[in-house]
Write a protein that binds this ligand. Sequence first.
Ligand code: ADP
Ligand code: MG
Length: 335
Amino acid sequence: MKIKIKRLPDEVISKIAAGEVVTNPASVVKELVENSVDARASKIEIQIRNGGKSYIKVSDNGIGMSTEELTLAVQRYTTSKIETLEDIYKITSFGFRGEALASIAEVSRLLITSSNGEVSGKLEVVGGKVVRISEAFRERGTTVEVYDLFFNVPARRKFLSSEKVEARMVTEMVERFLVALPSVEFLYKIEDEVVYFAKPSRLSDRFSTVFPEVREFREFEEETSFGKVRGVISSPQYCRKNRTGQMFFVNGRFVLDSLLNSALERGYGESISHGGKPYAVIFLEISPDRVDVNIHPQKLQVKFSDAQGVYNEIIRVVRDQVRKFPGFTMFVERP
Ligand code: ADP
Ligand code: MG
């Protein structure tokens, strides 16, 4: 029998790998903003055009890069954030895989300008190939511009949604950063229109910025058996039909875990009408050895070592808080 197994060309391997990290404009925005935060930026500007399909810009006033670092940054598995495998378990930065910029570069026309306060440089990469390195003049910080996402992967480009839907996903991504990082100033534009301009402020202000329709809410912070739970929840009279008003963060990272949403809703008990989805922004602080965030490149899923314990504590904390909204006590189920 003939052997049919063949090694994939490097070109194909890197395109497949890029697809793990970069799936749509929102995923690009996520990676770039995380890099800005990792670079200790206090101001971040985000702009998209055509839902991010033709243009995405993320600009920051962080520590920046030298020209030499710029050329390293767009290569695969190059990072300034960890050095050994053990480092992953005590990581405080968002990034550590060294894949994001390389992946974005692979599937777009990428322009990065950066200054570390001493030297400034500009790097142009097209479909993963560096086409130009030049001098630049700017203050400390980094600007990443991504043109024509997936221009060289037509099959992928075809799978993008409409501009409107892609833009909405970017906006949701930006909103997560707005609430997660109240001390960072954000400017977010779609085309040339300002969607958010948020000065450094407190969580409750950011909650109101993102969910202005919620007029009554509580901010809280509680110790639990697994660590601290803090956040903001809406009064039960404020609900959406879906869970887009609910965000959970584990050790600062946004996570998707429908059991956390269910725990929240169970905490509201009878106080919400059937099918109503209250608003909540909840941060869980759990010892890193009791939670694994490293199970997916986009790092949206988590694995708790004691999931049931975590959910039970969320139910309890939310129930205690919901009781404190005047007028709703009698509807809340007793433990
Ligand atoms: P990772 O974030 O996992 O390290 P990335 O591909 O996202 O990998 O970035 C590679 C490296 O480029 C980072 O480790 C960092 O040193 C540098 N870098 C990327 N974005 C910025 C930025 N906005 N400001 C300063 N340095 C950056
Ligand atoms: Mg990164």
